[in-house]
Design a protein around this ligand. Sequence first.
Ligand code: F6R
Length: 604
Amino acid sequence: MCGIIGFTGKLEAQDILLDGLEKLEYRGYDSAGIAYFKENGKISIRKTAGKVKDLRAICDDNDSLCGIGHTRWATHGGVTNANAHPHKCGNVALIHNGIIENYHELVSSYDLEKDLISETDTEVAAALFNKLYDGEHPLDAIQKAVPLFKGSFAFCIMFKNNPGVIYAVRNVSPMVAATCEDGSFIASDLTAFIQYSKKYFIVPEYTILTMTSEGISLQALDGTRVEPEFLEVNWDITAAQKDGYPTFMLKEINEQPAAITRTITPRIQNGLPDFSEDNIPKSLFENCRDITIVACGTAMYAGMVGKSLIQDMLGIPVTVAIASEFRYEKPVITEESLVIVVSQSGETIDTLEALRLAKTKTEKTLAIVNVKGSSIARESNYVLYTHAGPEIAVASTKAYTVQTAAFYLIACKLGLVQHKLTETEAHEFIQNLQNVSGHISEILKLSDDVERLTKRMLNASNTFFIGRGIDYTLSMEGALKLKEISYIHAEAYAAGELKHGTIALISEGVPVIALATQSHVYSKVISNIREVKARGAYVILLSMDEEITDTSICDIHISLPKVPDNFAIFESVVVLQMIAYYTSVGKGLNPDQPRNLAKSVTVE
Ligand code: F6R
């Protein structure tokens, strides 16, 4: 949450900052701002509530080679010009991603009240740096201030009298940096500067970074020199562009077949799952008595598919925990428990903290993560990277399907290692997984039909998603997707549970999206669907039947390609993503940037 960027070098800073902020905008779009050094050494600021395009409209100065920029997801204080970053206090201008939890105490301990004009925790940090700055030694000020902050932060700071220099320091909140012929870059993530450099490094926590047009240096808070550890990114700027699609979300929905193939292919050897290139030993799956999967939102729903699959195949208990709850519970985890954390960004703070807690109880932690080198990937004992490529739309689509595909590989490996699956069965299972991309490509051809059916959804104020077993977990993902990008209330229900209360909400015309892909509960779900249909619901049914014309069951039937039950979820979820997408677009909304949301939730 919140995107930050800094540049100093030979190029026009304002252009780089504005272009970079546009690429980072998915991290927050409440307000945007930049600060830059003028030729005379003074610091100028432009900022506004609104989007980067609104900021661009008020940026007219083109004479700076050094500056910082920010796009905000509001935490402390409303969406106003005053609360927008950068914040300037005396000789200091600063941008921040994170939350300073002890800002009240800092205000009173350092008598900062008189320096503040906004309602933000960030301005308190600017005031503190300014108070500790003697006008000549920025590093001293940073060394003194940083240990005083409680909470998460990624700061980029400019000090008056130090033109051309940007300082940065972080705790938890992500920050990557790079240097190339054109100058030095720092940002919340790579998308902001990948067109300039594919080599980058993650700024280590509690390390002060100093960047000039000549390069970047790092030092620990005690002054000792630190060497950056360079990484190389394996995708280029086109992967983070819309590539002819009207939105990132539609592009990402369509990228799913390729993303799944990229994720599973390197992990299949001779038709069986193989994690040797990931350095995940067989022992991780041996003696594993129980599994806890921890994640947030869509990643957690991918975990629920994993639970359903693994529990069925292995007969061992699998728990799925919401990371923000897990952290404050007393989870029952032993040394023999395997804890799997799932995260696209690898930076979700609750998932990261949940991982840290799990590591105090077991060494068997495995992270399913999309972003290379992210905090969760670095801290987990083992990592299985998904290869979805950058996911820019706020609503997760391709990350979900690749996370789910990763669970299929893990389930198969566990089944083999724990002798619950024969090699022949495993071969067949993996073959089915390899067929998934092709089936999704078939489903994507239904987009016009799905778009047409969503016309019926546009005026709905309530919708329901129902299913049993693995279809119920999908219902939750489908409902979340619809809520977040169309703002229509959507509730997911286990189909058999409706009549215990919620069916009271079904009335004439209420859309119910029903999933009936699991043969062992098929007839039960159909009975449940009839119950809502009899009460006037408008039923859209997804099943693997060739045709259903019985209007006492459904109004619209979407026929999915026939696959083994366990593999139907990949087809269904793509239909659910498209339902949410076309409903959002049909309502005239921007599915890429839904209100109140931002990607990569780095605050609790
Ligand atoms: C919903 C969505 C979120 C994320 C959740 C976890 O479409 O994108 O629910 O899935 O915030 O994010 P990661 O996977 O980055 O940990």
